[in-house]
Design a protein around this ligand. Structure first.
Ligand SMILES: [Zn+2]
Length: 348
């Protein structure tokens, strides 16, 4: 049996359950593309799968990783979009293709959604086989690490801003927790369309870097009252849109920062998921609350087009080799990153 290098979880716990070793090269099923992975990237869910994976059906051992880019090795003879040798980027969400949500192009809502690296073998390996419809031509001008990092965080930010909140160029967007890849992509995308972006962090160095990336104003959540500052920065009016994935600790400030009729989009709850709903504020001020997670194929195509046009390039925090996976996971867990923590598969 042909084998390949792979990072697997061998159980649940700390980095001791993350093994770099050999696994069989996956066999390609009809309708799938076999891809030689050249780069991956870390997401918080990788830590979740290592720590417990609770509520996500998976096997042990399982190959880690959602983000991936590489080159096509093998596809069906009648596959028209892809060909061997082509550089590609992966959309890690695999829908059933048959439920009502898949049929209307919203496979991100699929009732039996499977993600690479969560429900099945992922991208931190030399090869991965996945449905060809999840494989997209890589935008010119990006390297493999940059391309790999598009499949989760920037796609999530895209759906939050453009599909859910429908942000307009004249609006002000408040983005919590700058430094994480979703927040950073949200900042870049707001600036891409000419909007005004205010960002928060408890880390002044991250705020300084966000300002360099175009943030119009920064708020230090450790030393300033975010809602008070957001109102000051908007002449007492409040922001049009809040982009949020921190959860409980910032929810109240987020609602208080919004203008009447404003929109808040949440895609995470790192600090807890049971904040006060503050319903009186929600209905009297007619706020709109959106939940969002990941993104569709159509949204991914739009994101890739903006990359192809040179209008969006993801921020890369650091690049690690496959053998350096433990240090990379430590860096993400400590929250020190500013942008995507990339994994390169060529240099080992
Ligand atoms: Zn489905």
């Amino acid at each position: 049996m042909k084998t390949m290098r792979a990072v697997t979880i061998t159980g649940h716990g700390g980095n001791e359950v993350v093994a770099v070793g050999e696994r069989p090269v996956p066999s390609r099923a009809r309708g799938e593309a076999l891809v030689r992975v050249r780069a991956g990237g870390l997401n918080r869910v990788d830590l979740y799968m290592r720590d417990s994976g609770a509520g996500i059906s998976h096997r042990i051992p399982q190959i880690m990783g959602l983000d991936g880019a590489g080159t096509v090795v093998d596809v069906d003879d009648d596959e028209r979009r892809l060909s061997a040798g082509q550089a590609v980027v992966l959309h890690p969400g695999i829908g059933c293709g048959r439920c009502e949500f898949c049929l209307r192009g919203e496979h991100v809502l699929c009732t039996s959604m499977k993600f690479l690296g969560e429900h099945c073998d992922g991208t931190f390996a030399d090869y991965v086989s996945l449905p060809a419809r999840n494989v997209f031509p890589m935008p010119a001008g990006l390297d493999f690490i940059e391309a790999a990092s598009l499949g989760v965080a920037p796609l999530t930010a895209w759906r939050m801003l453009f599909t859910k909140a429908r942000v307009q160029p004249w609006e002000t967007v408040l983005i919590f927790g700058i430094g994480g890849s979703v927040s950073l992509a949200a900042l870049q995308l707001v600036k891409m369309i000419g909007g005004r972006a205010i960002v928060t962090s408890r880390d002044s160095a991250k705020l300084a870097r966000a300002a360099e990336l175009g943030a119009d104003a920064t708020i230090n959540g450790a030393t300033e009252d975010v809602a008070v500052r957001a109102l000051e920065l908007t002449g007492g009016r409040g922001v049009d849109v809040v982009i949020e994935n921190v959860g409980e600790t910032v929810w109240s400030a987020a609602l208080k920062s919004l203008v009447r009729g404003g929109r808040i989009v949440t895609c995470g709850a790192t600090s807890g998921d049971r904040p006060s709903a503050d319903l009186r504020r929600v209905f009297i001020r007619q706020l709109q609350v959106f939940g969002s997670t990941h993104g569709t194929f159509a949204e991914f195509r739009d994101l890739l087009t903006t990359c192809e046009q040179g209008r969006f390039r993801p921020v890369i925090d650091s690049r690690h080799r496959l053998a350096g996976i433990h240090a990379a996971l430590d860096r993400l867990e400590a929250g020190h990153q500013f942008g995507k923590i990339g994994i390169e598969l060529d240099q080992d």
